[in-house]
Design a protein around this ligand. Structure first.
Ligand SMILES: OC[C@H]1O[C@](O)(CO)[C@@H](O)[C@@H]1O
Length: 516
């Protein structure tokens, strides 16, 4: 989803005419709205669910639980299925609607999908802002989920088709960047609205309407992409559009490549059957499903969804909880920038491995600090000094995620799938990601209640497993054009058995440097 539908540039493209035109900039802005909206939704629920007025209105039981001094364990303060459903329902709706969205995007073009996404967002945010009961809240969240499903299916595709090939790789991470900025904006807004005497939560939830409106307007004024026109047989229009967006008359080479790509995509008959049945696609299948699964089991959304609630659980004051969420939000954005810089210089493996080790260490330390103060009973408080340490290590953990599994969770699946299985690979990546995002959203607070500080060790253990997985099974993909991935699998001690010799093209000792 987020960035998941990006098309990696392959080996060609560096020599096409034309560069970054006004059109391209406009498309970037609109596409960024898709990422921002997704991030805003990811980030807004945590702060809202920690707001007193919101809790007492919709979840009085949680409110009571929170104030009940006699309740013996701090770990369970927020354990409530309905409250978690408020957070998680969005991702379930996104999962279901992304299947519809991918069909609509292909059949009717990217703009229609963006329009549907924008409208769903708009109505969803209004439902939330004016909610008078839990049902309205959940319906609103479901609609936002439909928005996420459509917007994140169409905007990355739109963006990658409009952008000149040479900046496509960077844009892939740019979409994750937009997500993190959306999360940060949500954190800041939550902090601001929590200062309001009343209805702050309504403002927080309602402000999602602003980027939604930009997206709806964008879907009217922006042109359709040449690829989408070709897909629907409009050859002449497609060529004219390509000239317009590239700002150049001679676009023959790129146009020819687009036509070729469109033709071969049409010939692909059974991407789903292929990816599941043919042994040579086994590595693609494994990585397209394991990477999003692992990305969510880093535990990142525990922080993104529930940081304010978690900090409150640990005894931080209301303000301090929301400010802490802003701090983790800033770290998330800045560290994602680091990965844009590092990914094509140092490679994916190094980032995965370094980020993984950094996360494991932090999880062990955070778990131990919390365990030392709260034990298994959950009674106690953090001293200000310990609270600072907890926050510091959570920030270092977020940084480790943000320059590794965050962006790579989208980049890697998009660059290892051969064209003939790419739609299926992307759909698997997106849906597995959404499913586990939903699961973490729905069960984290319950898990915290039962596993207590051990929950941090659990996620640490998961990160250890994924780091070992990467170490042994993931070959470096930096600078490898998609069509030559076969060679990389063939050279790998484990994957070579799945890849027949005829699946290996090119790579006669040359080094390929992919531009980003
Ligand atoms: O930046 C953190 C965010 O990034 C994602 O992993 C998407 O790539 C989200 O699930 C998470 O909330």
């Amino acid at each position: 989803m987020a960035g998941g539908a990006f098309v990696s540039e392959g080996s060609g493209g560096g020599s096409y005419e034309g560069g970054v035109t006004g059109f391209v900039i406009m498309t970037c802005i609109v596409a960024a709205m898709g990422g921002l909206l997704f991030g805003y939704d990811l980030g807004i629920s945590g702060g809202v669910t920690s707001m007193e007025e919101f809790l007492s209105k919709f979840f009085p039981e949680v409110d009571r639980q929170m104030h009940n001094a006699r309740r013996e364990t701090a770990y369970c303060k927020f354990d409530n299925q309905l409250l978690q459903l408020f957070t998680s329902s969005l991702y379930l709706a996104a999962l279901v609607s992304s299947f519809a969205a991918s069909a609509v995007t292909r059949k009717y073009g990217r703009k229609i999908s963006m329009f549907v996404g924008g409208v769903a967002f708009l109505i969803g945010s209004l439902f939330n802002a004016f909610a008078t009961n839990v049902a309205m809240l959940i319906i609103g969240r479901l609609l936002l989920g439909v928005g996420v499903g459509f917007a994140n299916q169409s905007t990355p595709v739109y963006l990658s088709e409009m952008a000149p090939a040479k900046i496509r790789g960077a844009l892939n991470i740019g979409f994750q960047m937009a997500i993190t900025i959306g999360i940060l904006i949500a954190n800041l807004i939550n902090y601001g609205t929590s200062q309001m005497a009343r209805n702050g939560w309504r403002v927080s939830l309602g402000l999602a309407a602003v980027p939604a409106v930009v997206m709806v307007i964008g879907s009217f004024v922006l042109p359709d992409t040449p690829n989408s026109m070709l897909e629907r047989g409009k050859y002449e229009q497609a060529r004219e559009m390509l000239q317009k967006i590239r700002g150049a008359d001679n676009v023959d080479e790129e146009f020819q490549d687009l036509c070729d790509a469109c033709e071969s995509a049409k010939k692909v008959e059974h991407p789903w059957k292929n990816i599941f049945q043919e042994a040579k696609y086994r590595p693609a299948l494994v990585f397209c499903s394991m990477i999003p699964f692992f990305q969510q089991f880093t535990g990142i959304n525990v922080i993104m969804f529930y940081a304010p609630v978690l900090f409150k659980t640990l005894g931080f004051a209301d303000d301090a909880s929301l400010i802490s969420a802003v701090i983790t939000g800033v770290v998330n954005v800045v560290s994602t920038l680091v990965s844009i810089y590092a990914v094509d210089r140092y490679g994916r493996r190094l980032l995965f491995l370094e980020g993984g080790i950094q996360m494991i260490i932090c999880q062990i330390i955070v778990g131990s600090l919390i365990g030392a103060k709260f034990g298994t009973t959950g009674s106690g408080t953090l001293t200000p000094a310990t609270a600072d340490w907890v926050l510091a290590f959570i920030c270092i953990y977020v940084a480790g995620f943000a320059w590794s599994w965050g962006p790579l969770g989208w980049l890697v699946p998009s660059e290892i799938c051969p064209l003939e299985v790419r739609p299926a690979g992307q759909a698997i990546n997106v849906s597995v990601n959404m499913f586990f995002t939903f699961l973490i959203g729905q069960f984290f607070l319950t898990m915290l209640c039962h596993m207590k500080f051990g929950l941090f060790y659990f996620f640490g253990g998961m990160v250890l497993i994924m780091t070992i997985f990467i170490y042994f099974l993931f070959p470096e993909t930096k600078g490898v054009p998609i069509e030559e991935m076969g060679r990389v699998w063939k050279a790998h001690p484990f994957w070579k058995r799945y890849v027949p010799d005829d699946a290996v093209i090119g790579g006669s000792g040359e080094t390929y440097v992919k531009e980003v």
